[in-house]
Ligand binder design. Structure first.
Ligand code: SAM
Length: 241
């Protein structure tokens, strides 16, 4: 069966890019099915209202629980993970993308305004796992762009979506480190040279150099990742060398 993704939003057109590029091809080839649903179809008043003032006061509006309850009753297969993007969530990681890609599918609930009434995520836990996740330490206007990010990260890990398995396995974050720099022809460009080892044909030397670059780049740009990475003696020697 294809991997099944359902997205509930008040801006369905915002998800149009999912039909493009790698993901569009994966859908054409039957590897992924994506359903985008307008939350307003589950409202029950003439104004199709999805928000209301916050209990306890304060600025902004909160998304009402009733349309969300009906939407999830309709689109979420029992047991399927519900993903709720929120800047107040746990940080979305490559490890999550890998774990989610091994599940049968995902349902995404895109918040707007000040977010969705908390009882939606709390209630939804009775029917399967619920993940409240953030894509980074900044605040977006809505969950749609966060969903585009997560769907792309998950679907490129599905079997058959990316042609070359190795390109996925060696990516930054796959092993907890950043990937080093990449080069292509010409060997000399505007006074900048490709590192000579890459032209040497010595595969062991190239592998060592790539590992060293990966370690050095992670040390400089993301010391937090390096601190958590499982390094070998050889890695430590490369880092010090
Ligand atoms: N009042 C919320 C808070 O401070 O936690 C902010 C709500 S934000 C303006 C509106 C919506 O954008 C959120 O419900 C969520 O869907 C989405 N959003 C904003 N920043 C995000 C982030 N870093 N990661 C994932 N989703 C985000």
């Amino acid at each position: 069966d294809p991997y099944r993704i359902d997205i509930v939003t008040i801006f369905p057109e915002y998800l149009a890019p999912l039909g493009q590029s790698l993901l569009g091809k994966a859908a054409e080839r039957g590897l992924v099915t994506i359903g985008v649903h307008d939350l307003r179809q589950w409202t029950d008043d003439v104004h199709r209202t999805v928000d209301d003032a916050p209990y306890g006061g304060g600025p902004g509006m909160v998304m009402k629980p009733e349309p969300w309850g009906r939407a999830l009753d309709a689109v979420r297969p029992p047991g399927t993970r519900l993903v709720v993007p929120t800047p107040a969530g746990r940080l979305f990681t490559q490890a999550m993308a890998t774990a989610w890609a091994a599940e049968p599918g995902l349902v995404f609930a895109c918040g707007r305004y000040e977010g969705i009434d908390q009882r939606v995520a709390d209630w939804a836990a009775h029917a399967g796992p619920v993940s409240e996740v953030s894509i980074g330490d900044y605040v977006l206007a809505g969950g749609e762009s966060a969903v585009l990010v997560m769907v792309e990260a998950v679907t490129r890990l599905l079997p058959g979506v990316v042609g070359n398995r190795e390109s996925v396995e060696f990516d930054s974050h796959a092993d907890g480190l950043l990937e080093g720099p990449a080069y292509t022809r010409p060997a000399s460009w505007r006074g900048h040279e490709v590192p000579p080892v890459l032209l040497s044909g010595d595969h062991a030397a190239i592998a060592r150099w790539r590992r060293a670059e990966s370690l050095r780049r992670t040390a400089t740009r993301r010391p937090d990742l390096l601190a958590r990475a499982a390094l070998t003696e050889a890695d430590r020697a490369l880092l010090d060398g």
